[in-house]
Write a protein that binds this ligand. Structure first.
Ligand SMILES: Cc1cc2nc3c(=O)[nH]c(=O)nc-3n(C[C@H](O)[C@H](O)[C@H](O)COP(=O)(O)OP(=O)(O)OC[C@H]3O[C@@H](n4cnc5c(N)ncnc54)[C@H](O)[C@@H]3O)c2cc1C
Length: 458
């Protein structure tokens, strides 16, 4: 390792390599329940060439490399399970260009959500991108690599669906491109070429390092508004969601239920955000959304929550401050969730399973979903907060998460950004020939098994 560290320093400069214990301490953990694992070193490259040189060195010496963006995934996916080097991309944070006509931005692999949000606000206020509710230091590459979703997901689907193309450094050091940018100077789409992007999406950093990417941008509205639908019956939710999405007006729809404050317990809410260029258009859209679910309002089974303007303003903030607040509900900042990608008709089953599990393990919980596409699927979340200074609290949350992963798979969902034990649960349900195919692809890309090893293994 000493030799490797010396060579890493030659590649990136000595101030950007560390094996100091205090640094390794921080790089060994995230905010979730997974136990800490220390890497041997941390390196922060500045250019794609440097990343390529690091990969050549790692490949020659068979040293594991773990790509890391914001390190906020919560399921411990950028821990060095088999030791090695954490490759922290935060110095590769340039916003390279924005194309306002074909509406996309090209960024480096370590550019953060917050950086792009403020860059667009300042330079292209007519445009926006889809933000997750993660803290703004989360990177676009890290989020897209795990099929994240965000506040324009009803409009554009998963964030990986909004990807136009990528530059990727392979585990063997080659630099390749996916999408139109492999042929043209325009990073406009993945089509019409063979889609290589899929080799790097959903693999938890086990197949390559994304050093550049282009993502789709969307028109920014002058007026933004929010409706909150409320009901008590989880069984009606799929129909309500279907009616609301069929209007094709909402940009984001997030059903949720939290037992705190106490008066809110048992009430299912759906936050529906939408925007318009004029006030007249906004009112028209609001009326259409409201009338789509009038059936339930007339039956007195549901209603819309009147929202005072300051409250509305808080709900319209992107990313939402409330999730971060929930994360610290038990103090100590521990927070992890099973986000299961599932069919919308499973809403009630997932909701009742979540309530049962939370009660069984006595955990602080919040349940809900984000609707993906115009009602094509949902990411159902079962979020548990815990105190990171309390081992018993962590254990309870771990058991609840394990049980939730099983319940989600039984219902027909698939845990998203699954932590390592949950990956094994998924693999045990996966068609064996498909898993063999995944292994072969991985071996072809990474013959020395150095990319984030320990993940997606039996
Ligand atoms: C309060 C809170 C709210 C959240 N809300 C949301 C939400 O609304 N939507 C959502 O999608 N997520 C959400 N998350 C989860 C997570 O924080 C985000 O998905 C985040 O965007 C992940 O990005 P990151 O840069 O932190 O990734 P990291 O944690 O650094 O990495 C994630 C995975 O991708 C790999 N990786 C990272 N960068 C690269 C790269 N350049 N090339 C190859 N592999 C790479 C890593 O090895 C790891 O496997 C939330 C988290 C918190 C704490």
């Amino acid at each position: 390792m000493e030799l490797i560290i010396k060579e890493l320093k030659d590649i990136v400069g000595s101030q950007y390599v560390s094996a100091e214990p205090e640094e390794l301490f921080f790089y060994s953990r995230d905010q979730g329940t997974m136990p800490p694992v220390e890497p041997d070193a941390v390196v922060m490259p500045k250019t794609t060439k440097e990343v390529s040189k690091i990969m050549l060195l790692a490949n020659k010496s068979k040293t594991p490399v773990i790509p890391m963006g914001g390190g906020l995934v919560l399921s411990g996916l950028s821990r060095a399970l088999k030791g090695g080097i954490i490759l922290d991309l935060k110095r590769m944070n340039q916003i390279i260009s924005v194309n306002p006509h074909s509406r996309y931005a090209i960024l480096e692999g370590g550019a953060s959500q917050g950086m792009l949000q403020s860059y667009l606000k300042k330079n292209f206020p007519q445009l926006k991108h889809s933000m997750p509710d993660a803290p703004p230091i989360a990177t676009l590459a890290g989020n897209i690599c795990i099929h994240g979703s965000g506040h324009l997901s009803v409009l554009g689907g998963f964030h990986s669906d909004m990807l136009n193309g990528m530059e990727v450094v392979l585990p063997t050091g080659e630099i390749i491109r996916t999408g139109s940018c492999s042929v043209s100077k325009d990073w406009i789409s993945k089509a019409p070429l063979p889609d290589l992007s899929g080799l790097f999406l959903g693999w938890s950093g086990t197949t390559g390092i994304v050093t550049k990417l282009a993502i789709k941008l969307f028109p920014n509205y002058r007026f933004n508004d929010l409706l909150i639908f409320v009901c008590e019956d989880a069984d009606i939710m799929p129909d309500v969601i279907s009616r609301l999405t069929s209007t094709q007006i909402a940009e984001d729809m997030t059903p949720w239920m939290t037992p705190k404050p106490y008066w809110a317990k048992g009430f299912l809410h759906i936050n529906i955000s939408y925007g318009a260029h004029t006030k007249k258009e906004l009112i028209f859209k609001r009326n259409l959304l409201q009338s789509s679910v009038r059936f339930y309002i007339d039956k007195k089974e549901a209603g819309f929550l009147p929202l005072p303007p300051p409250q509305k303003k808080r709900f319209l903030k992107i990313p939402s401050p409330d999730l971060v607040r929930f994360a610290d509900i038990r103090k100590g900042g521990g927070f992890e969730y099973v986000g299961a990608i599932m069919a919308i008709e499973h809403f009630a089953k997932a909701y009742h399973a979540g309530l049962e599990i939370a009660e069984k393990y006595d955990v602080s919980y919040s349940l809900g979903a984000r609707i993906i596409g115009a009602g094509h699927a949902m990411m159902f979340f079962f979020a548990y907060a815990f105190n990171r200074a309390d081992k018993e609290d962590i254990k309870r949350a771990q058991k609840a998460l394990e049980s939730t992963n099983k319940a989600a798979l039984d219902i027909g969902g698939i845990p998203w950004k699954a932590e390592e034990p949950a990956q094994k649960q998924i693999i045990s349900k996966m068609d064996p020939e498909t898993f063999d195919f995944i292994k072969r692809i991985r071996m072809m890309l990474d013959p020395n098994d150095i990319m984030n090893p320990g993940n997606w293994e039996k």
